[in-house]
Ligand binder design. Structure first.
Ligand code: ADP
Ligand code: MG
Length: 465
């Protein structure tokens, strides 16, 4: 009875500290809009960096030729080549390869990391077949998707601000990532020019726009989280260059670093942050994204094990190990709809090492997954809502009879594979927008948009264009 009472007490406390009532989400969205405005003014204390991407034109569909892209994001990187056929033929042919990054390279030296990437790219280029055509005398060109915060100095150069998502490489901060990649390609004897350096959000926006003209924003929900959107150039006080002809500029919000008293931060979040590679940073990201959701669940289960003997008299040693419970496993447990939660039971056996969990323990575990996923998804929806507010697509514009169709391109393994998470993002966004506006807003999966988007931007910024 005492055990049951303790279990109930912890669960109640978790429910309370992770709660995200709609009114709270609205005030979080308002706080994000305020931070976006500060970032656009160049306020050095702004939490959202609102980085200028130097992309003032998104793909039109006219792009053509052979282009490469390299997407360095979190756990994997992808290399891709695409033959673009212009307005009529569009994507004629496309090939890609995915390579996982050996963990030691994520915390090693930047030369080792870039050499590894350039070697994989060189190998991929060697397999280029007859279907791809590079005109005589031309150099191959590459769009480089680099999903970490970068201070762009042009469309094809920029310096790393900081690492996130488990990367921690000495000496890379402040360096131009394009020159580092270019030097590594030279060391491999690979003759290729980087003509566009883009964040994955910007790439996804470009890829999304290529397929659908109404795409105005892109959101990544993968290992980390971030968003980009199309801003009016005259709404960016810190932009001191010439006003682009299009009147627009794509902004990479770097919203993962958002932090506010309004965020429902629990004791589990606090300790996870404290023990992370980047304490005090990326607080919003740590509540939402795939790198962290499973870890938050693990910490709650561990508390239940210690304080309420959830798994019996001893605390399973495996449960003490940070990051043993990965978000894909959490997702599998959460989606188990069998009457005896068999899948969940076998996951607990594999991960925690407890073979015969009771049905009650399984239900509790699923409930914890539900609470953590729901908070993350609802907070992500509040972020999307804040961008729509920022650009005035959260309601019918004054003087007009209806909302213009508004598409948000979404990508990332978390959104793509975690169905209960993505459904909750969509339902919450609908709720925040209300019936009228939500009928004009579409959230659309832009699968691997960031790779193709980078290739498209490499094409529109080609040295031969
Ligand atoms: P990245 O963000 O590293 O560029 P992805 O967009 O492919 O790469 O996202 C990978 C992340 O997505 C993983 O770290 C994981 O957290 C999450 N993920 C992948 N598969 C699933 C799944 N089945 N359920 C939940 N999350 C998943
Ligand atoms: Mg990615």
């Amino acid at each position: 009875a005492e055990r049951k009472r303790r279990v109930a007490a912890v669960i109640e406390d978790v429910e309370r500290s992770l709660a995200t009532p709609t009114a709270l989400l609205r005030s979080i969205a308002d706080a994000m809009v305020t931070e976006m405005e500060r970032g656009l003014r160049g306020d050095i204390h702004a939490q959202l960096k609102m980085l200028i991407s130097y992309v003032d034109n998104l793909p039109t569909g006219d792009e053509h030729g052979l282009f490469y892209a390299l997407d360095l994001g979190g756990t994997n990187f992808r290399v891709l080549r695409v033959q673009l056929g212009g307005r009529e033929k569009r994507v004629v042919k496309q090939q890609y390869e995915e390579v996982s990054i050996p963990p030691h390279l994520m915390v090693g030296t930047s030369m080792e990391l870039f050499d590894f990437i350039a070697a994989a790219l060189a190998k991929f280029v060697d397999t280029e077949g007859e279907d791809f055509h590079l005109p005589e005398g031309r150099q191959r060109e590459l769009g480089f998707t680099f999903s970490f915060p970068v201070n762009q100095t042009s469309i094809s150069s920029g310096t790393l601000i900081k690492w996130t998502k488990g990367f921690s490489i000495n000496g890379a901060v402040g360096e131009d990532v394009v020159s580092e990649l270019s030097r590594a390609m030279e060391r491999q004897g690979l003759d290729m020019k980087v003509t566009a350096l883009v964040n994955d959000t910007v790439g996804t926006l470009a890829g999304g726009r290529y397929n659908d003209n109404d795409v105005v924003a892109a959101v990544i929900l993968g290992t980390g989280t971030n968003a980009a959107y199309v801003e009016h150039a005259n709404a960016i006080p810190k932009w001191t260059g010439l006003l682009p002809k299009s009147g627009n500029m794509v902004i990479n919000t770097e919203w993962g670093s958002f932090k506010s008293d309004k965020l429902p931060l629990s004791e589990y979040d606090r300790v996870m942050d404290f023990e992370s590679l980047n304490p005090g940073e990326q607080i919003y990201e740590k509540m939402i994204s795939g790198m962290y959701l499973g870890e938050i669940v693990r910490r709650i289960l561990l508390k239940l094990a210690h304080y309420a003997s959830l798994f019996g008299d001893i605390v399973p040693p495996k449960l003490e190990q940070p990051f043993v419970l990965r978000t894909p496993d959490m997702s599998a447990m959460h989606h188990d709809s069998s009457h005896d939660l068999k899948i969940l039971g076998s996951k607990l056996k594999d991960i925690v090492g407890i073979a015969d969990t009771s049905l009650e323990v399984r239900y509790i575990t699923r409930h914890i997954c539900d609470l953590v996923a729901e908070r993350g998804a609802r907070l992500a929806a509040a972020g999307i809502y804040s961008i729509l507010k920022k650009i005035g697509r959260d309601k019918i514009p004054t003087g007009e009879s209806k909302m213009p169709r508004t598409v948000v391109a979404l990508d990332g393994g978390l959104y793509e594979h975690y169905k209960k998470f993505s459904s909750c993002v969509e339902a919450t966004l609908t709720d925040l927008l209300g019936d009228e506006a939500s009928s004009s807003v579409v959230a659309k999966l832009a699968n691997d948009g960031s790779g193709i988007g980078a290739a498209l931007l490499a094409a529109s910024h080609s040295q031969y264009a």
